[in-house]
Write a protein that binds this ligand. Structure first.
Ligand code: 2M8
Length: 441
């Protein structure tokens, strides 16, 4: 297929998933608005429908909590329909005039998304009100993260549920989830709805993991979403290199937007410095040559080599030698395969790990948003050839298999299908962001 046709198909995916107010991540499995999906989707709209890109962010931030938190899910009209947990289960406080939402957050992509919109918007100066408003809202989201998610003031925000870092089923969380034993806990009754989707069901998280997810949500609602109380009790509190690299990149982007708006950059500069120090001082593992997550509750590192371990590249955090060591790993057998068994760049988990799973949700498959992030990181360090290879592999997968949620990393499985749900919005959106500059409309 010609890439021009692929570009048009990608736009069609977004058009079909748009419900008049926002763009769903996928037609059935995910019927509401998701936080970081909205950011990636906005990047897809930016080159050809900047108004739609702004609408995504406006809708998402219409559900921002008074304390600054931006929720993981903003519920649409369908309420309980087709997705668990819905608003009745979350029981989050209802803020008048704001849509219902879940009670946790997601990676703060909005700063770098806003900065990109600004560069693509031909009428940015005429719409300065939009940029001013979003800047303030994103600033208060970051303020929330530094105030309520960084208890030891290390410049690192912690996540409190596997849904917060977005890489829900990553093997990184296994040792922490293992400390939550569902058979010894009282878990409220619930019915999963994700398994009703036959195309996605077989790769979804286990029942035991879902019990743990539900246990955590129940804990939050029992504490009435009070951050201090949750911090005292929650067994899942992790400083994740992906989440914090995204925070760092968004800080840097906010700094640039602040300069464009001609407002004070003091606070953002402090955050930039603090998070850089946190990533470099606490999350870098000198021996293995990559970043790693840290379990704040049990006070122990979680040295698991997933693709999140390389993400600080996006924010220019590593020095040249650190970056070189990470490039070597990305090009090596763990993330690019071997001559006999080559891999599409990049599996989300080291291919040599004993428990790597080529099909299972976040435990090995290629995800296009992770590729897009790493592509940016590689370009930033001048690793142009490698960046091009990531883009080429991503587009090949989409061209050959379709706009799937995730993909088998093995190149010698040419007949294999894409995995998860089809017509997945961020796969389409990020394909547009790669293809639109080649075929400007
Ligand atoms: C997946 O997560 C949701 C919960 O948030 C789920 O599994 O039901 C993840 O891939 C997440 O990163 C993504 O934002 C969401 C919607 O695409 O789906």
């Amino acid at each position: 297929m010609q890439d021009k046709a692929l570009l048009n198909q990608a736009k069609e995916v977004l058009r079909k998933n748009h419900n008049g107010r926002f763009t769903k991540p996928a037609p059935n499995l995910y019927p509401h608005q998701w936080n970081w999906d909205a950011g990636f989707i906005a990047l897809g709209y930016a080159p050809f429908a900047i108004g739609r890109a702004k609408q995504e962010l406006n809708h998402l931030f219409s559900a921002q909590w008074p304390n600054g938190m931006v929720p993981q899910i903003v519920f649409g009209q369908e309420k309980e329909a087709r997705y668990f947990p819905g608003p009745d289960f979350w029981q989050t406080p209802h803020f008048p005039g704001r849509p219902h939402s879940s009670g946790i957050t997601m990676p703060p992509v909005h700063g770098f998304v806003l900065r990109r919109l600004l560069t693509k918007d031909p009428n940015a100066r005429e719409d300065v009100a939009f940029y001013r408003e979003k800047y303030q809202q994103i600033l208060s989201l970051h303020q929330y993260l530094y105030e309520h998610r960084d208890p030891q003031k290390e410049g690192l925000a912690y996540v409190r549920h596997p849904w917060e870092p977005g890489t829900d089923n990553s093997p990184t969380w296994d040792p922490v989830l293992a400390t939550i034993d569902p058979s010894k806990l009282s878990i409220p009754a619930y019915t999963r709805k994700d398994l009703q989707n036959p195309e996605a069901a077989k790769h979804r998280p286990t029942q035991e993991d879902y019990d743990r997810y539900v246990y955590l949500v129940d804990l939050f609602r029992q504490q009435r979403y009070d951050d201090a109380k949750i911090h005292e009790r929650c067994p899942f509190q992790i400083q994740d290199p992906l989440f914090n690299a995204i925070l760092a990149w968004s800080n840097e982007s906010l700094y640039e937007v602040a300069r464009w708006l001609k407002v004070d950059t003091g606070l953002v500069s402090e955050w930039m410095q603090a998070t850089k120090e946190g990533l470099q001082g606490k999350l870098w593992n000198e021996q293995s040559g990559h970043y790693q997550a840290y379990d704040l509750f049990q006070e122990r590192p979680l040295p698991c080599r997933t693709s999140s371990a390389f993400m600080p590249l996006i924010a220019g955090i590593p020095g040249p030698e650190q970056a070189r060591r990470m490039l070597e790993q990305l090009q090596g057998p763990g993330f690019s395969g071997t001559p006999e068994n080559p891999a599409f760049k990049y599996p989300t988990y080291d291919l040599r790990a004993a428990d790597v799973d080529y099909e299972k949700y976040w435990r090995g498959p290629v995800w296009i948003n992770m590729n897009w992030l790493l592509w940016n990181g590689l370009l930033r360090y001048g690793f142009t050839e490698e960046a091009l290879a990531v883009q080429t592999d991503s587009l090949q997968l989409i061209r050959e298999k379709g706009f799937y949620e995730y993909f088998d990393p093995r190149k010698n499985q040419p007949e294999g299908p894409g995995y998860g749900t089809h017509q997945f919005s961020w796969t389409a959106a990020l394909a547009i962001s790669w293809l639109a500059p080649i075929y400007p409309s």
